[in-house]
Ligand binder design. Sequence first.
Ligand code: GUN
Length: 313
Amino acid sequence: MTFGTEKPRVLDGIAIAAEIKAEVAQQVTEALAQGYTPGLAVILVGEVPASQIYVRSKVKTCGELGIYSEMLTPVAESTTEELLALVDSLNKRDDIDGILIQLPLPAHVDTNKLLDAVLPEKDVDGFHPINAGRLLSGASPDEVLAPCTPAGIIEVLKRSKIAIAGQNAVVIGRSNIVGKPVASMLINESATVTICHSKTKDLPAVTREADILIAAIGRPGFVTADMVKPGATIIDVGINRLDKAEDVERFFPGNEKRREGFEKRGSSIVGDVDPAAFAVSSAFTPVPGGVGALTIAMLMSNTVKAAKLRRKS
Ligand code: GUN
């Protein structure tokens, strides 16, 4: 099924991220002229391969934009108290504007206690209850450190000139990292918002009401074409690894490029939306190349924002 005769628009996260990063680089130049360098500290506990890849990428992007960065790598056996002491030392440093604790943390660490210990003004992940509360209270986007992936979603919609005010937005997933904050941000933008989760009754009936459908559940190809209102905008937040050839063929039937990539790497990536469902939409974010690209750009943006807000510059 297609919406009218138009092909859906592909919302190019990589291009939008590049635009944002260029703006951040300009702000870094302005900060340097005022006598300071924005600085980010990233804490990576233990050796989780996926987290190592993300963290390296965050540090590399800092370097590209002129942001000072430090990567701290306490061992997996570190106690909550040891990590609290590390956060405290970073809180006290004037050259560090942003502190990011890469999640997930080892099971024995008290994640909430640690996230709460980050000074709200250095909380570039936007996970501190003070920042979550400010977002919920409708703080202006210029004054609050909002979580990076939700902030990236709002940027994609705005920069792609997709109307938010008055639209029905349906969010699938109620995580603290994506679902709940993006719902708050959409409410602040005057959308009518529904949050769905595993206990939602007749999910397809709810999602079919969405003008903007946001999938953030971490299940490969979960959103199927029958769940999408023709002409909706789909934002696919999922990054799911497929490691069986039959799954790649199921989601990308007859797609030679995907098959070749899978044969070379032994895996392929699919979002939370079945690629067949995109054809029903008027615009969608692809996976890869959609929302994922925005997360790091927004982290850079938050670091510069934190530096400015702290210095009131
Ligand atoms: N792990 C997965 N996503 C995120 C994120 O946005 N921030 C942090 N700190 N860890 C994550």
